[in-house]
Every structure is written in C-alpha cells, then in structure tokens.
Ligand binder design. Structure first.
Ligand SMILES: [Ca+2]
Length: 322
C-alpha cells in the first residue's frame, strides 16, 4: 500500500465530498493538494479546498498549490456553474466564508507534484479528480520522476458508453483531452474510474440527515454543498441525489476489493470533431491500464457513510492529544 497521498482536484461538489472522505480516512497520509481548472477555476478550487481543510483538519496543515488556469493547449476551460454553482461549491460558500481567514495558497502545482514524487517515489499515490492538466505537465517535464510513483488513480472518461458533457465524452476527459492523451501514453501505473463505474453508485439527499444525525454541522455543510447538484440530477435524471464520481478513487485507495477491474489499452480523441474527448479501445497503442468496471455498490456506500460518520479529524486529533 502506498503510504502517502496527493489529491489533484478541481473542487467541485464531488471533489469536495472526496476531500472530506479523504480527511476522515487518510488525514495522516494526505500530504498535499494541487488544484486545476475544470469545475471551477484553479484559484477558486484552491479556495474551496482550503475552506474544507479548515473545516475538517485543524491540527495538521496541508499545503494547497494552484496549477494553471489553462489547458494543455492553452485555452480556459468552460466552467459549469449550472451544476457546481458560481463558486464550485454549490453557490453556498458565502454562508461559511466568515469562518475563513487569510487562506495560505501557494502556486506551482506541477513543481510541487514533481518535488513530492521525486522524494516519495513508489510510496506515493496521486488521486486525480479533475482535468489532467497538472499531471500531464509534470509527466512532460520529468517523465522519469513521475514514472516512479506508486499509482495514479484517475476519475474520468467513459468507455463504450455516452459521456456526461457530450454524447461521447466525460467532463474531465473533454476539458483537456491533450492532457489525458499524455497520461494514457505514459508508463505510469494507472487505475481509471470512468463513468461506467462511477454512475453505478449514488446517494440520495433524503438519506443525509438520517445517516449523519448526530453530527448536525457536518450534515448541514454537506447538504448545502450538494443541494444544487441534487437539483441538477433531479431535473435531468429524475433522482434527488448525486453520483459519487470523485469519491470512488478515495474509496478504492482503502478498499480496492470493492471493485472489479479490466486491463484495457485506451486512446483518446483529440481532434476537433464531435467526438473530441472520447475514450477509444486501441490494442497495443498504449500500455494497458487498470479500468474499474464494476463496484459492490451497497458495500461501497456503507463504507462511505461509515467514513463520514466518524468524528471530524480535528476532533480525533484533539482527543488523541489530550
Ligand atoms: Ca472533479
């Protein structure tokens, strides 16, 4: 098992839940966060991440480094405020902003990734739940350093099925397909969580208060963050809840046994066609990667609730220290 974890995120509603879950499960292993433009800007993603770290991890400072605001081919991503809100956190962060003061945000996401990768090598896992711009730039700058990390977990793509941003492409893959291509053609050990598996599990808004009943503040925060996201799914798919997309790599880090995996060689469409961002099976083009194809959904959801029902990491630390 890799001892250390970096999350590369575009925080985002489901990134936010992934970060909260990671802080409850791996607060001793999570050593840093890098942000990328996607669901929201890289800068806003860092603000959102710092807000969550402050809410749930008061004792141990975790550095947050921003990445570029542009994709690998130099354009600004199309943000999706209709799903994630104007601030990426459901448009509700202003209700909590008074609790945040002087966030310490650093630049240089790619330099930070390379520094940590060179020091921790195969003891390091990277969880990437946004467009792969930072990861691809790190690979381009120093493939030999990135090639030594333990494992890269990626949420993104759709294999042999429609996407969620176009009929062919999933959001992260569509936002920066050039970056996705760099990563797929690298020789990193990769586990991919495409829509095929992430849309097999969802949570219902109605279950939140009951599951987190003793922890009113945590339940309120998660309800506020996910409210718009739930509304979007209610209007488009008919259920008042949310898919667990970005949470699944966090689950897999501790419970890889909850998933079935296929070894698949994948390529991605980077041409400016209607299929831009589409993942394609292509034998012997790239080295095969591990693709999660099925999940034990009921058990995975139980695991996530159990995680979130724990006391806040800060409380745990305080208890241990006293
Ligand atoms: Ca994300």
């Amino acid at each position: 098992m890799q001892r250390y974890v970096i999350m590369d995120v575009d925080t985002g509603v489901d990134d936010a839940i992934a970060i909260i879950a990671a802080l409850h499960n791996y607060s001793d292993r999570l050593i840093g966060v890098t942000t990328v433009a996607g669901n929201t800007s890289s800068q806003q993603a860092a603000l959102n991440t710092l807000f969550l770290l402050r809410q749930f991890s008061l004792v141990k400072p975790i550095p947050v480094h921003t990445g570029t605001e542009r994709t690998l081919r130099g354009v600004s991503p199309s943000l999706i405020p209709q799903i994630h809100g104007s601030d990426g956190l459901g448009g509700v962060s202003h209700r909590y902003w008074a609790t945040r003061s002087n966030p310490v945000m650093k630049t240089g996401a790619v330099e930070y990734l390379l520094d940590i990768a060179s020091r921790f090598t195969d003891a390091l896992s990277i969880l990437a739940t946004g467009p792969l711009t930072n990861i691809a730039q790190a690979i381009q700058q120093a493939p030999e350093i990135m090639g030594r990390i333990g494992r890269l977990f990626i949420m993104g793509g759709a294999v042999d099925r429609p996407g969620n941003i176009t009929p062919y492409a999933e959001f992260n893959a569509y936002t920066d397909p050039e970056a996705f291509s760099v990563v797929l053609s690298s020789h990193l050990p990769i586990t991919l969580f495409p829509l095929n598996v992430t849309e097999q599990v969802w949570m219902l808004a109605s279950s939140l208060e009951g599951q987190l009943a003793p922890q009113v503040q945590k339940a309120r925060l998660i309800r506020d963050i996910t409210s718009r996201y739930c509304q979007f799914h209610l209007e488009t798919l008919g259920f008042n809840g949310w898919f667990l997309h970005d949470v699944l790599p966090v689950v897999a880090l501790g419970r890889p046994d909850l998933f079935q995996y296929e070894s698949i060689s994948l390529d991605i469409e980077v041409n400016d066609t209607k299929q831009r961002g589409r993942l394609c099976r292509r034998d012997k083009h790239n080295q095969p990667i591990s693709v999660a194809s099925r999940i034990k959904a009921r058990e995975a959801i139980g695991t996530i609730w159990t995680t979130l029902q724990q006391r806040d990491p800060a409380t745990l630390y305080t208890t241990l220290a006293s």
